[in-house]
Write a protein that binds this ligand. Structure first.
Ligand SMILES: [Ca+2]
Ligand SMILES: [Ca+2]
Length: 319
């Protein structure tokens, strides 16, 4: 006895063929159809023949297994196709319809000791030299991008030596970020790996350089401070987190900057402060890049993930 499912299948196949099996075979063999009809009928015939062949070849269970296998293949292809897109969104700062603007300074377009235009060096305390560009000497290597880097010494007296950048205005932008490479050997405790005596910090100004504030620890994406400056030796940055000790060569620091879209923008300050005794080789800064996202109106920014504080890797003892 034919059950309902078999009956439905039979009707379905017949509807595709345009008749029962015998009628369809006859129709296809005689070929008395006009061209459009023949094309349609032959297509139906071929399709029906294929289905009939499948029906004869496979049982219903086998067809179901074949369908499941095809589903798995399609799902696998889909996963491979989707995963890179999701990875790009996670790692991309700006999203699909935004561009990335950058301003860079590698200090290689000037003759040492001159600083690039717009960069300003001052010593609030202590003797010369000021921040300069340098292409030789310690700490080594002298530059991240050859031949020059910005450089300041680490004297054995109290000093407060500052290097200020030009201002950056992120007009119609978002997610501004600073990346730079630096190499330092600054006097630090040989006993306590958490204590520094002389150190470097990064500060920022949003009022045209009238006042500078500490960059908050939460703003560091990678390469944040690694020591705390001792409070008993007269350092101008006593008690503050700083880069101190030996970086072991050039390391990378990435910092999220405040979003200032109108003048005077943001000015960055690299500040080396030393205490009243002992010295180090100094601090080199190179390959400075400030970048931010911008895009056409109507684009919705993708929120940045909450930055995680990643301190600088444990330094080697100072010589
Ligand atoms: Ca350079
Ligand atoms: Ca010192």
């Amino acid at each position: 006895m034919t059950n309902i499912a078999d009956e439905k299948r039979t009707r379905f196949l017949q509807s595709l063929r345009g008749g029962n099996d015998a009628e369809q075979r006859t129709l296809c063999r005689l070929r008395r159809l006009t061209w459009p009809e023949r094309l349609t009928r032959k297509t139906s015939c071929s399709f029906a023949a294929m289905l009939a062949s499948l029906k004869r070849t496979f049982t219903r269970t086998a067809l179901r297994n074949l369908g499941f296998l095809l589903f798995l293949i399609a799902a696998g292809i889909g996963l491979f196709a989707i995963r890179p897109m999701r990875a790009e969104i996670r790692t991309g700062r700006c999203g699909p319809c935004f561009g990335l603007s950058t301003r860079s300074e590698n200090f290689d377009g000037v003759t040492p000791p001159a600083l690039p235009q717009g960069w300003l060096a001052t010593n609030a305390l202590g003797p010369p030299p000021l921040w300069v560009t340098s292409n030789n000497g310690v700490p080594t290597p002298p530059a991240d991008t050859s031949p020059n880097a910005a450089f300041i010494d680490d004297p054995a007296v109290v000093s407060d030596k500052r290097l200020d950048s030009p201002s950056f205005v992120f007009f119609e932008g978002f997610a501004p970020q600073l990346t730079f490479r630096h190499n330092f050997i600054l006097e630090a405790s040989d006993i306590d790996p958490n204590v520094g005596f002389d150190g470097g910090v990064l500060e920022q100004s949003t009022d045209g350089g009238n006042t500078f504030q500490e960059v908050p620890a939460t703003a560091f994406v990678i390469g944040g401070y690694n020591r705390t400056i001792s409070t008993d030796r007269g350092s101008p940055i006593a008690g503050r987190q700083a880069w101190s000790g030996n970086s072991g060569g050039f390391i990378t620091t990435v910092v999220n900057l405040p979003l200032v879209q109108v003048p005077p923008g943001v000015i960055l300050r690299w500040r080396m402060a030393s205490d009243n005794s002992g010295s180090g080789e100094g601090w080199r800064v190179d390959t400075v890049t400030v970048s931010w996202c911008h895009g056409p109106p109507g684009c919705t920014p993708i929120p940045l993930p909450t930055p995680r504080h990643r301190p600088t890797p444990a330094p080697r003892p100072s010589p």
